[in-house]
Design a protein around this ligand. Structure first.
Ligand SMILES: Cc1ncc(COP(=O)(O)O)c(C=O)c1O
Length: 509
């Protein structure tokens, strides 16, 4: 049954004009070519394009389905389908004259200019594109956990059980903020291990820190507000805050973390302050207690929010960690961001933001409206993984493993590194930083290292407002088995030598 009632068509009325010459269709490559797409769909697409391009102009009357089918030597039903689809989408209409091409308004090509796209937003520009998945796993790329040592069997078992326990009705839209079991498990863990002062309702589950930052930017600031960001610092935070329309201002970090001078508070008071106090990213310094308290006091006095990114505090190799800033004072103006990208694996895409109790309602509402949460089984599995002790066991294991891998890296550097250099950042985390002499550009070394399929990152590229002012390499080690480290450091040394001699050669010529 079809609703498409074909009219016999003559061209006498309403300015319609016949397009009897559709012979060009016979040689159209899309119709000649075979392939998996049915012929009726291809005919529809060719005719649609002809209408959009203006080859078939508004008012033109198409041949009857029978004549077109004869012309193209195809079944009449094929043509009928194409006409019906075009009519359903408003490209043609069936009227007394026959099948008439509709005017497409501004898209009518008689008035349509050569295709140009409208401009893109300014705030989406300047964001560094992430490496490809393959390049991301190269030796020395920072930010990779040791996926080779993750307890996959245990996770798969817990994950499969959570999947089985998820009822059909739970696959619908879920409440904002995340699954209650996971919020509870995270709150319990954070209170015990990080001194975070929170109940489960304050935990908003996100798809990682990146989403947490976007949520905080929209919840706690307005477009055009100032956001301070550590310099050098985490490009992902810069990208998220800038894309939310904030004005990012770099705040220089020294070997003890962030210490904004009082003139800056006066001249450029921020609405948001992004910081990584437990392990400054990438330099590795720990924000001292006096600086933490000063930052909290100033933030309160100026009505600013602190975004505390606690991204790898779990991997502490020297002494106990300082407790989170969030728990230092009751009702601290802090949104505490955490991720399971390092403690579990990045592809899990689960993280969280802890917000003050007074903000929960608004945070849940906004998060629920912008990023409705699903993936019930993943969330439940993670809750069970934490509650049943697998998470703590895994962290303990990884702490030992990362200490061993870091040690292997330090030992290899001590054996073969030929330049004066300081190693920073080993007390915590998954990477080391090594300084380079001024004469050897870290960008040139990173490029030379890429030729050896290594992925160290140039320290100067961590600037959040121009070059970072540091020359060195960020060396991720957590994903490199200790026995592979020696050979990779040897290649790295070759890369530094290459960059060094290329520079010397350029200076001579
Ligand atoms: C400082 C910092 N915070 C957070 C993250 C993790 O982000 P996500 O949870 O979106 O994977 C990273 C990843 O490298 C990071 O370097």
């Amino acid at each position: 049954m079809t609703w498409f009632h074909e009219k016999s068509h003559t061209m006498e009325e309403e300015g319609g004009h016949d397009v009897s010459d559709l012979h060009w269709l016979k040689n159209h490559p899309l119709l000649l070519r075979g392939g998996s797409e049915p012929l009726r769909r291809r005919l529809y697409r060719v005719l649609r394009q002809a209408v959009v391009d203006g080859r078939l102009q508004a008012g033109a009357i198409l041949p009857s389905t029978r004549s077109l089918a004869d012309l193209l030597e195809m079944a009449r039903n094929t043509v009928l389908y194409a006409y019906e689809q075009l009519a359903a989408e408003g490209y043609v209409r069936a009227d007394r004259q026959g099948t008439v091409v509709c005017a497409l308004g501004p898209r009518d090509t008689r008035t349509r200019p050569v295709a140009t796209l409208p401009p893109l937003s300014g705030r989406s520009g300047g964001v560094q594109r992430p490496r490809s998945a393959e390049d991301q796993l190269r030796p020395f790329v920072p930010g990779n956990p040791g996926l080779d040592a993750f307890p996959w069997r245990v996770w798969q078992r817990v994950r499969a059980r959570a999947e089985r326990q998820t009822a059909a009705h739970e696959a619908g839209y879920r409440g904002a903020g995340g699954e209650p079991e996971l919020r509870q498990a995270i709150a319990t863990y954070l209170r015990a291990s990080r001194g975070v002062d929170c109940g489960p309702q304050q935990v908003i589950v996100t798809e990682g820190t990146q989403e947490g930052l976007a949520l905080c930017a929209m919840l706690l600031a307005d477009a055009g507000d100032i956001a301070w960001i550590e310099h050098p610092g985490y490009g992902g935070a810069w990208a998220a805050l800038r894309a939310a329309g904030l004005r990012c201002e770099p705040v220089t970090v020294d070997m003890h973390g962030m210490a904004p001078p009082s003139a800056l508070w006066r001249q450029s008071p921020p609405r948001l302050i992004y910081t990584t106090p437990s392990h400054q990213y990438p330099l590795g310094s720990v924000l001292s207690l006096p600086r933490r308290l000063a930052l909290l006091a100033q933030a309160r006095a100026h009505g600013a929010w602190i975004l505390e990114d606690d991204y790898d505090s779990e991997f502490r190799h020297a002494g106990p960690p300082l407790a989170a800033m969030q728990g230092l004072e009751p009702d601290a103006p802090v949104a505490y961001l955490g991720t399971f990208s390092k403690t579990m694996f990045p592809g899990l895409r689960l993280g969280f933001v802890v917000v003050p109790a007074a903000v929960v309602d608004r945070a849940e509402g906004l998060a629920g409206a912008l990023w409705p949460r699903g993936r019930v089984a993943d969330q439940r599995a993670l809750a069970a993984f934490i509650d049943e002790g697998h998470f703590t066991r895994h962290l303990r294991c990884m702490r030992g493993l990362y200490a061993e891998r870091q040690q292997a890296l330090r030992a290899a550097l001590a054996r073969v590194w030929r330049w004066p250099g300081t190693v920073l950042g080993g007390d915590c985390g998954m990477h080391l930083v090594i300084s380079l002499p001024d004469a050897v550009s870290d960008v040139a070394v990173a490029a030379a290292a890429a030729e050896h399929r290594l992925g160290p990152r140039a320290l100067s590229s961590y600037g959040t407002g121009g070059p970072a002012g540091f020359n060195g390499l960020v060396l991720g080690y957590a994903h490199m088995p200790a026995e592979t480290v020696g050979e990779r450091v040897r290649l790295l040394v070759q890369a530094v030598s290459q960059a060094d001699s290329a520079k010397a050669k350029a200076a001579r010529t």
